[in-house]
Design a protein around this ligand. Structure first.
Ligand code: GDG
Length: 483
């Protein structure tokens, strides 16, 4: 029977070794959390990196890791520390990530990192070939693996290959600055179907293909010498039911069963009923607009000082890519900002920003979602932003206000949120005030519409739609004359 081969940089599980023993935890991040439910329900295998380099795995545990991964239908690909350096911390996160998010001043173009990117992409492609059987469908994910579709195509010309990009695709004027732009586009065009979160990313990609490769593009199809590649948008959904059900369970528990985090979060509200908690959750990444958000919150307290002592920003920043210098600088900037603002506004019984720099277990994440009546998400650029969708899914009594940046892909489907420009502090401060004052009936009206949409277009529907469209690409291939 044919299967789906999912391929992504990281597996949905993270393997650690403590005292010669394996520890397996779920991976954090948009792609892993989103696709996991599709993987669990379908007939698929998932190929990716375990999180450990070859040097970090003792010889006697190599086989055990493979067996443990297999239990979750996962296959590990292994890399040396040097390969990871050039491919992941290098080209993926110092070249493609900043470029695709319009942070051109952060891009580095190092030939050795590009060579490593090609080498590692080839390793992923080879692993797919090893597990591929005639009739299988291959679904490659994200910006770390842009060359893989064509590397597979070269070895299996008739394979059915889909590619989904989880981050924005920049405009042609930005993309053209990449030294290896032709190779990247040709790599992606190895797929039969290329998916993006929004129509804008799709449009930008097609424009680059037309202008850089001079390939004929008609509507959303690219014609190559012997086949047609379809490009389309598929806005990713979440596992709505999981978030909704877990939130419902949280509301059912009695006060003495509350976690310490819940008690702390609720204490603040019970003590002063008109107090408000504003939540933000992201990986610590310069694209997420965390520094802007803190400054905008400071501006809010200055502009509306009557809320000093009443409104608190609860901020979870998950450590990410800490080997890349920009992330270290950002961490420093945020630590200083939080310290300065807390020092400036704190009273003996209140601090304005409650800052966590760590990853939290899923249950605690739900505590945060359900306890905070406002969510403030201000990315400068964001492919989609699943946190916005998860927040709405956990608001089971339909109260709560989402303030969301127009630069997040999610804003295209979430018009009922308060949509802001992340660089406009005046607008953010006023949106916070509007959220605080918003009548319950209005909150319920907005969230009911949002929930209806998110429930219908959940992650399984997203994946199913993509796979159906992928099947269709084979049915609709025009017959090309042999050249
Ligand atoms: C990329 C794109 C796109 C976060 N902290 C914890 C935790 N999380 C989970 C959230 C959410 C996910 O991580 C973050 O997803 P996002 O979509 O917000 O962001 P990225 O990681 O940047 O994802 C993004 C996404 O891919 C999907 O295509 O939306 O634009 O950049 O699911 O819940 N989970 C746990 N503990 C945490 O501390 N358990």
């Amino acid at each position: 029977m044919s299967k789906t081969i999912i391929l992504s940089n990281r597996l949905p599980l993270q393997i650690n070794i403590t005292k010669e023993k394996l520890q397996v935890t779920p991976s954090v991040g948009g792609l892993a959390t989103g696709l996991k439910s599709f993987h669990r329900e379908g007939d698929s295998i998932w190929i990716g990196w375990s999180g450990l380099t070859e040097e970090e795995i003792p010889v006697n545990l190599k086989a055990e890791i493979k067996v443990r991964a297999r239990e979750d239908a996962c296959i590990t690909v292994s890399f040396t520390a040097e390969e990871m350096d050039g491919f992941y911390y290098g080209f993926s996160n110092r070249s493609i990530w900043p470029l695709f998010h319009y942070f051109t001043e952060y891009t580095e173009w190092e030939s050795w990192q590009w060579e490593m990117y090609k080498k590692v992409n080839q390793k992923y492609a080879d692993s797919v070939i090893e597990h591929y059987e005639e009739g299988d469908k291959i679904w490659v994910h994200d910006y770390q693996l842009l060359l893989v579709p064509n590397m597979i195509r070269e070895q299996r010309p008739n394979a059915t290959i889909g590619f989904f990009n989880h981050i924005p695709f920049p405009s042609y004027e930005v993309f053209r600055t990449m030294p290896w732009r032709e190779e990247i586009l040709n790599g992606m065009l190895g797929a039969d179907l290329i998916g993006f979160h929004t129509y804008d990313y799709e449009r930008h990609f097609l424009s680059s293909v037309r202008r850089i490769l001079r390939r004929p593009v008609e509507f959303n199809e690219v014609t190559l010498a012997n086949r047609v590649v379809k490009v389309d948008s598929f806005p990713m959904g979440i596992d709505y039911e999981k978030f909704e059900q877990t939130a419902l369970k949280h509301h059912e528990i009695s006060e003495d069963q509350e976690t310490e985090l819940q008690q702390r979060l609720n204490f603040h509200r019970k003590k002063s009923p008109d107090s408000q908690l504003i939540l933000s959750i992201d990986r610590l990444d310069y694209t997420k607009g965390i520094a802007n958000r803190i400054r905008a919150f400071e501006y809010f307290l200055e502009k509306y000082p009557e809320y000093i002592g009443k409104v608190r920003l609860v901020m979870l920043a998950v450590p990410s890519r800490s080997d890349v210098p920009q992330y270290q600088l950002l961490k420093k900037e945020i630590d200083e900002l939080v310290g300065r603002i807390n020092g400036k506004f704190a009273t003996v019984s209140w601090i304005p920003i409650w800052y966590f720099f760590r990853s939290m277990p899923f249950e605690n994440l739900i505590d945060l979602y359900t306890s905070c009546n406002i969510a403030l998400l201000t990315p400068i650029r964001d492919g989609m932003n699943l946190v916005a969708k998860e927040y709405i899914a956990t608001r089971t009594n339909q109260t709560g206000v989402l303030i969301l940046s127009e630069m997040a892909g999610a804003s295209h489907e979430m018009n009922e949120a308060l949509i802001i420009n992340p660089n406009n502090f005046e607008q953010i401060a006023d949106a916070i005030l509007q959220a605080i004052k918003m009548p319950k009936e209005e909150q319920i009206r907005r969230n009911t519409l949002l929930q209806k949409r998110l429930k219908r277009y959940n992650v399984v529907r997203w994946a199913t739609d993509f796979m159906k469209a992928l099947d269709k690409t084979k049915e609709n291939q025009p017959s090309f004359k042999a050249i």
